[in-house]
Design a protein around this ligand. Sequence first.
Ligand SMILES: *Cc1c(COP(=O)(O)O)cnc(C)c1O
Length: 962
Amino acid sequence: MNDTPLAILEDRDAFLRRHIGPTEAEQAEMARAIGYDSLAALIDATVPGSIRRREPMALAEPDTEEAVLARLRELAGRNRVLRSYLGMGYHDTHTPAVIQRNVLENPGWYTAYTPYQPEISQGRLEALLAYQQLVMDLTGMDLANASLLDEATAAAEAMTLLQRVNKKNRSNRFLVAADCHPQTLAVLRTRAEPLDIEIVVTEAEDPLASGDAFGLLLQYPGTHGEVRDLAPVIEAAHSCGTLVCVAADLLALLMLSPPGKAGADVVVGSSQRFGIPMGFGGPHAAFFATRDSYKRSTPGRIIGVSVDRYGQQALRMAMQTREQHIRREKATSNICTAQALLAIMAAFYAMYHGPYGLRRIAERVHRLTNLVAARLQAAGFTLANAHWFDTVTVHVGQQQAELLAAAESAGMNLRPVGDDRLGIALDETTTLADVADLLAVFGDRETLADDPAVASGLPAALARPVDYLLHPLFNSFQSETEMLRYLHRLEGRDIALNRAMIPLGSCTMKLNATSEMLPVTWPEFARIHPFAPASQTAGYRQLLDELSHMLRECTGYDAISLQPNAGSQGEYAGLLAIRRYHQARGAGHRDICLIPASAHGTNPASAALAGMRIVIVDCDGEGNVAMGDLKAKVEAHSEKLAAIMVTYPSTHGVFEESIVELCELIHAHGGQVYVDGANLNALIGIAAPGEFGADVSHLNLHKTFCIPHGGGGPGMGPIGVGAHLEPFLPSHPVMPVPGLANDNDVVSATPYGSASILPISWTYIALMGARGLTRASEVAILSANYIAHRLAPHFPILYTGRNGRVAHECIIDLRPLKEASGIGEEDVAKRLIDYGFHAPTMSFPVAGTLMVEPTESESLAEVDRFCDAMITIREEIRAVEEGRLPANDNPLVKAPHTLAEVTAEQWPHPYPRSQAAYPVDSLRNDKYWAPVGRVDNVYGDRNLFCACPAIDSYRAEAPEPA
Ligand SMILES: *Cc1c(COP(=O)(O)O)cnc(C)c1O
């Protein structure tokens, strides 16, 4: 950008030129096409002066990929990777290399979007369906979803589901067994308070002695390793009308009788130890399994089996209308982004090992644990457990500190329990040599040999045969060659960013640069337990401090919490901070949350979870918040006003002029302003919510800050707040967040959410610097305006702001065309697949429209290819409008076309095959073929089937290994 001789020597903008698609010359050309002399002139005309940043961001100079990665290596080197025996729901595991390289490190998997468009998502839908099958098989339940954020929030979702569905027992009490993981209990307490649920911690042996309750949570095995028979407790609970959720360990379930068999109503847990690195807390997929009768109340996404236009089996997200996007204030959960990529990896891990391979892993871990138990007892220690699978707790009396220190200096972490016990949890990676080292810490240095006669810690009554994973998907890919080809086959069915632009409005599908992704699998980031002693995580802590500083600069806020692991969780954490702030000032009665009609559905869903009452504010004909209606509602609710939630730039894709006035109005009435930060990609470097009057925002790091979407997660949703809200940010019961009170709210299972993907955003910001980030925002706005300009002669552009400009996305209105031709937004979305594109966002925020967001990373060539496709599609619609093609048989309503149809003997359509497959010539060089025809939206919901369909015929039992 700045060709001084020094710039050539250092070339600090080298990455910027890779991240941003259009060259400088193209940027100028695009600006001129729209009618401006320069990019700067376009930005001046588009962004209201009243919100422009006063100060530039104080960030370090950008640097090259090599230099930034070298610095990150240095930070990583300050973390110490010890053998972890800490347990508590996090265990070391071997990520099979074939999965690490071909899924976790493969943009074909990690850059995909949530599978709302099933025709281009059949690969990941198959993997997610297998995940559901895996969870159903191991838990013994009827139905499972395709992941939640973490075990603790899954337990919280279970609590609220049980309260909703329990018609027999209307008590507001929820019992939690004392041997649940402490982080789960903390998240439950936070969730319960605004909903007037009373949490009662109770003895694990006899939980019902604590009295009447609508629900009960048990941990299986308990956090200290104890394995108890669930059946008698569940039976007793049911006889009082108390419903039961079991938080279970998947590896243990390979050997232990499943909770479903014992009568559990919900089973939750984490699939982390199925091949997903601990990553200092995440990301990992939580699971949620329940009874068939609760399926319509189940949170999160569920994959189901449907049929396509040809009547052939095709997969689809089932019951999409339950999503909070659609249910809004009637939503029962606010979860949106979940953990798809990690669920997919866990499913592949299970397929790669197969039922007997998994069983062997579980048996090995258990056998080594038996050995540890036997030798410790022989050495004179007493165990706190009567039974165990892979975790034992040892009474060590006064020796606790000494043994902990000895373990740490021998390179291992044990879990302190109370002040006189130590917990030891083994895992897949533990070897006989590790056990010898461990025993040496306890003074037992005798040589160690495997001893088949050593007593098992499992209660004989709970033994389980290999009665799971019988489906062929779990019995076909045990050789690496087969696995490799299967992964490649599935990947090939989908459109991800490695194939084409994904112009999804509100989702910001920008480049996830390879350099940003490299650190994720470095062992110094990947193999750290979330509760490892702070002295071992100095590198992480510095990285988190630096990232917090960067995000403060980007947003103008005073403090950051890195705990929320999705935007929805950020909304929740931010609203809780507002709630606590009002309570602390004696204004706890303030509970009204104003939300504009155009808001994303997570906004009202989060407000409801935070105990607020929702009042909807109208939008005017230009798509702006109607200031008249807002004033009326603010005045009507002045005494009770808690907050407003607005998205900026608006979900309609415009910079509203009135935002500063809006913030002042809310403050004048004692309310707080929550700005939904999903659209920050239009703002960074240009305007800062913390400067123009907002009090709190979440940042979807998986949108603006380059964490990939992973086919529906992971994500991260840290929040920025003004200094007055800082005391109310989330902390953590096991690893308190420095500077905050220990009893603050807790919104995630771990203190820094999905910490191991935070280096992605750190790297992005370090590579871009202030000028690069600002340029990225400018080019995002430029590209959206360029698309609006090119498409305006062909389609109405719904909303524009100042000078007829849009922000970083634009809405194409298809309603008039639908009137005239019967062709709607869905037909255009599906026809784009024939052109090799993922559809834009459909019918959000306005039904009957498509919202296009190109981002700064798409080259001018790709943006033009998209515009050309849209313009050609417009001509195809014209043929229907003018009666040249019938309304019920044309390339739009029959889209997408599969290779099988185009090459079939029969071609019944009134348009040629060549038009079906190659409507523009460029497709002859590179053609994506949808693997299925248009998927029936209704069939799959009417005939709900959420397990893997038979490939040939089911076998009665899994084949024995050769
Ligand atoms: C994506 C989005 C959200 C939700 O964020 P998640 O990270 O998916 O939970 C909220 N609001 C808006 C406007 C969004 O686009």
